[in-house]
Design a protein around this ligand. Structure first.
Ligand SMILES: Cc1cc2nc3c(=O)[nH]c(=O)nc-3n(C[C@H](O)[C@H](O)[C@H](O)COP(=O)(O)OP(=O)(O)OC[C@H]3O[C@@H](n4cnc5c(N)ncnc54)[C@H](O)[C@@H]3O)c2cc1C
Length: 438
């Protein structure tokens, strides 16, 4: 039995889009040269690169939901060039330079697509702030500064006064600004990429694949009303990869949540007093992510849950408590905007591993996967998806060698109930330690 994604229908980014074009579902027996499963950043990039290698091939890209309904369309919209927090601690500078190079290549790829297809997704090269609320955050910030120096990466210290003028709140003591990241509207970007796929890629949505079978040199992807038969299968299914029996007991399903306001009115904007279109991630990883969108909405993201049944693990009571936490974080920052309501609260599932290692490569004959991006998948999904296509067609490149050197095998999880207990207590402990930064 395959557990399918269970994303809620309350994602603000998705709800802000115009209605989607009519859906095309998997029906009957479809033979293809390549099948790509999952239309998030990884699957979209993989399908596109396969088409560039083989413009005559038939490539089927299939997703259980509409494109942009999954994690790729419901994140906080940071496309980050710097290695992830844990990767930044890696002792080998060359490892970090490779990650930087790969992430930057992903950003260049996304930038090219946005420009070429005129994708309207608030795509902006505005960098990002890493903010400290109190002493604990400042200690993390000092460490981050040290890491940036070691890496030789540009950064700027932003003191309280300047920061307050940008953010419209004096809640943060100070921040470090790094210029390389982009911001975007994730659902608009993902839908835009899905609508502008190469001619030989067919996108089949609302077509859950319920099992994989190998038969006579082909992989059969069995859906509800049809099946795909292809010799080569690329999995861009993130945490759901484990549902097909791969990387079992190595990936951890984690859900994080966001809420946002309606667009501020002119009067509210004047009271807010800050700038539009910036993003701040917490210096202390377990703190709160904050964004002011280009269209005047304030977004708050925090809270983590271990979700063995994906969205099905979250009940209404939990949702209400999470929204209350978001409200508290909002009011602490913007007490003068207390009358501005949240219009949407949503969650999304992604994969982490205990050793924070990304999996990239071949799983068995004809099956390739990029899974486990540890929660920073906009850039990573894009570059790992493209390079997975290179690997599948046998193309060689320096980047392919780089990604193979910086990825590995996610470590094994302990069995239940120890796993659930361990993850839940770790999340609770991190929340408690970071309470002053929330
Ligand atoms: C609230 C939130 C905020 C985040 N903020 C950021 C951020 O600011 N920046 C950042 O880089 N990352 C962020 N992330 C993480 C990021 O969204 C993910 O890492 C990224 O989307 C993973 O991309 P992906 O393509 O690998 O997988 P996904 O986007 O998860 O795509 C997998 C796809 O597989 C499909 N699928 C699964 N099973 C099946 C099946 N059986 N049949 C058919 N289809 C199937 C799913 O429907 C899904 O569309 C955030 C995540 C959340 C939830």
């Amino acid at each position: 039995m395959i557990n399918l994604p269970k994303d809620d229908y309350s994602c603000g980014w998705y709800q802000a889009l115009p209605p989607a074009a009519p859906v095309k579902r998997l029906k009957g027996v479809q033979k293809a040269d390549y099948a790509v499963l999952g239309a998030g950043f990884a699957g979209l990039a993989a399908a596109r690169r396969l088409a560039e290698h083989h413009p005559q091939a038939r490539i089927l890209l299939v997703d259980a939901q509409r494109a942009a309904e999954g994690a790729s369309g419901r994140n906080s919209g940071f496309v980050i060039d710097l290695p992830h927090k844990f990767a930044l601690e890696h002792p080998d500078p060359a490892h970090k330079q490779k990650l930087l190079g790969l992430n930057r290549s992903a950003i260049a790829q996304l930038d090219g697509l946005v420009q070429r297809h005129g994708i309207d997704c608030q795509w902006s090269a505005v960098g990002k702030y890493q903010g400290a609320v109190g002493e604990r955050g400042e200690a993390f910030l000092d460490h981050f500064e040290h890491l940036m120096k070691d890496l030789g990466e540009p950064y700027r210290k932003v003191e309280h006064g300047e920061l307050s003028a940008v953010l419209g709140t004096s809640y943060y003591r100070r921040a470090i600004f790094t210029p390389g990241g982009y911001l975007m509207q994730p659902a608009a970007l993902v839908r835009g990429m899905a609508e502008n796929l190469p001619d030989n890629v067919e996108l089949l949505e609302q077509s859950p694949i319920r099992s994989l079978q190998q038969e006579g040199g082909n992989w059969r992807l069995l859906g509800d009303e049809g099946e795909i038969q292809a010799p080569t299968l690329l999995l861009g299914t993130s945490i759901f990869t484990r549902e097909f029996g791969y990387l079992k007991n190595r990936l951890l399903p984690v859900m994080t949540f966001a809420s946002w306001t309606r667009p501020l009115t002119d009067a509210e904007l004047a009271r807010y007093g800050g700038q539009l279109n910036w993003g701040l991630t917490p210096a202390d990883h377990a703190g709160t992510t904050l964004r002011m969108t280009a269209d005047r909405r304030i977004l708050i993201r925090n809270s983590y849950k271990h979700v063995p049944r994906y969205g099905g693990s979250i009940n209404d009571g939990m949702r209400q408590r999470i929204q209350a936490d978001h409200r508290q974080a909002f009011l602490a920052r913007y007490p003068d905007l207390a009358e501005v309501p949240f219009t949407h609260t949503w969650g999304g599932v992604y994969a982490i591993s205990r050793n924070f290692t990304n999996f990239f490569g071949q799983l068995e004959d004809g099956v390739y996967a990029s899974a486990c991006d540890n929660g920073v998948g906009a850039a990573w999904g894009t570059i790992s998806g493209s390079l997975l296509a290179d690997l599948a067609v046998g193309a060689e490149s320096a980047q392919l060698r780089d990604i193979q050197q910086v990825t590995g095998m996610p470590s094994l999880n302990p069995p239940e109930p120890f796993l659930g207990l361990g993850v839940r207590s770790r999340i609770a402990l991190a929340k408690w330690h970071s309470r002053s930064e929330l």
